[in-house]
Design a protein around this ligand. Structure first.
Ligand SMILES: *Cc1c(COP(=O)(O)O)cnc(C)c1O
Length: 449
């Protein structure tokens, strides 16, 4: 049997009843009270991760901002925690911006990302007076300058550049290579041209540059290479345009451990590599040390999340495979279907029992691809058992859908034995809340009837 203990993150443990406990709450109690599927967030672990970033930067002595990439998990309660922990916040849409503002997140610490911000989104962000726009392309550069001008404002920007560094990760989630929909290409000269143009635009104040080289990155080499390229670029810009960057943003992508195959570094190791490399590069060039920003998403919330499911049916195909189906699936966690992402799980109500068989966990959607975990070792699972899938805090609720008109689960935050709802489970009436039967269909329904 593989030791499952190593997938227990934060406050997760097995209690004296043999049940999985998170944040001092017995998960079988949580399932009974809130129903399943249920997202459980270990609040202490979220806060611990946030603090690891802040403390690693404090130790470096550099000026910094740690911006939580809210796309990983954007709900009001999470924005409040990010604010309380002194983080900044990245948003990529009006919806994420609205969530942050409604949570009372200080606008000055909000950064707006995205490769196709609409004029409406830009205006909303201008009115809210957010701290910084991360400009992705020339169209946006000119549009933002014009819209800021209409409002008589001058706004802070970073330019997103693609440094040509590709982090080792799954193809679909790597963005640092030149052939990317994101950012100004460094090698081809677009990045330089963008700086030249931005510094001449009256309503924009160029703080510096941004680079994000990928996701689920397990080494520091990619960040070092990106820091070198960005620094080289800063020197080039200073030499040719006599312009100095105040801010260097090295993005997110810090890895977490979903399974035993994943080997992330400690947060402090990533940050030390980044700050050391920036300090060395810029000091050598006699360049004023810029402020360093990073944007962790997954690594703030990923391992703090656990999804609880109730086991339903099973199907044993002798000599082939045994399927065990749960009451959720790709609607609450599309990542296995999208990226072949892997997860670990235990039976939460029998967490101390040894594995007895290898099964594959299927979701309940009408898609053969709706599988959550292939080849998972478990005690013999029975209908009514509780399955706990680990590391679902990032890009799960955020990517959840209503496919098959399945209701999105509730999210509860647990801490010190208390459980609090952060998102209510959708109701059946929520499912049709936006539906409208056009009048003419009602009429024809009447005449036909
Ligand atoms: C997605 C994203 C992040 C966060 O990535 P994680 O892998 O969740 O840390 C940070 N910055 C940008 C620009 C992103 O697109």
């Amino acid at each position: 049997m593989r030791g499952k203990w190593m997938y227990f993150h934060g406050t997760s443990k097995i209690n004296d009843k043999g049940h999985l406990e998170i944040g001092g709450c017995d998960t079988t109690d949580l399932a009974r009270e809130y129903g399943t599927p249920l997202y459980v967030v270990d609040e202490a672990l979220v806060r611990q991760r946030a603090r690891e970033y802040v403390e690693a930067f404090r130790a470096s002595g550099l000026k910094f901002q740690v911006a939580y990439a809210s796309k990983a998990f954007s709900v009001l309660a999470m924005c409040v925690i990010a604010e309380q922990e002194g983080l900044s916040l990245d948003v990529v849409s009006d919806g994420e911006l609205y969530t942050a503002l409604q949570a009372g997140f200080p606008a000055g610490r909000i950064h707006f990302h995205g490769n196709n911000k609409t004029p409406e989104e830009i205006n909303m962000a201008l009115d809210a007076e957010i701290g910084c726009f991360v400009v992705d392309n020339f169209t946006e550069l000119r549009l933002l300058n014009a819209l800021a001008g209409d409002k008589g404002k001058k706004v802070n920007i970073l330019l997103r550049i693609t440094p040509g560094v590709e982090a080792h990760t799954h193809d679909y989630i790597s963005t640092g290579q030149e052939d990317s929909k994101f950012g100004f290409d460094l090698q081809g000269g677009a990045a330089f041209q963008a700086v030249e143009e931005a510094t001449g635009l009256k309503h924009l104040h160029l703080l510096g540059v941004h680079s994000h080289i990928g996701s689920q990155i397990f080494e520091v080499e990619g960040f070092r290479m990106a820091a070198d390229k960005v620094c080289g670029f800063a020197l080039d810009v200073r030499a040719k345009l006599n312009y100095t960057f105040q801010v260097i943003n090295l993005g997110g992508g810090f890895g977490i451990r979903y399974t035993n195959d994943d080997t992330p570094l400690q947060v402090a190791e990533y940050i030390k590599a980044i700050t050391d490399s920036v300090r060395t590069n810029f000091t050598k060039a006699d360049y004023p040390l810029p402020e360093i920003w990073v944007e962790p998403g997954r690594s703030i919330v990923g391992d703090a999340g656990t999804t609880l499911y109730t086991v339903g049916t099973s199907k044993d195909i002798p000599g082939v495979r045994k399927y065990v189906s749960v009451d959720g699936g790709m609607t609450d966690n599309p990542r296995p279907a999208l990226y072949q992402s892997q997860y670990e799980a235990v039976l939460a109500n029998r967490a101390g029992e040894p594995a007895a068989e290898t099964v594959s966990i299927a979701g309940k959607c009408c898609e053969s691809g709706d599988m959550l975990i292939w080849d998972l070792e478990l005690p013999q699972a029975k209908s009514g058992d509780l399955l706990a899938v680990f590391c679902t805090g990032a890009y799960n609720y955020a990517m959840a859908s209503n496919y098959n008109r399945i209701r999105r689960p509730a999210v509860v935050f647990v801490r010190d034995g208390a459980a609090d709802v952060a998102v209510k489970r959708e109701t059946l009436s929520d499912i049709i809340a936006g539906d409208v039967i056009p009048e003419r269909l009602r009429k024809s329904a009447l005449t036909n009837g």
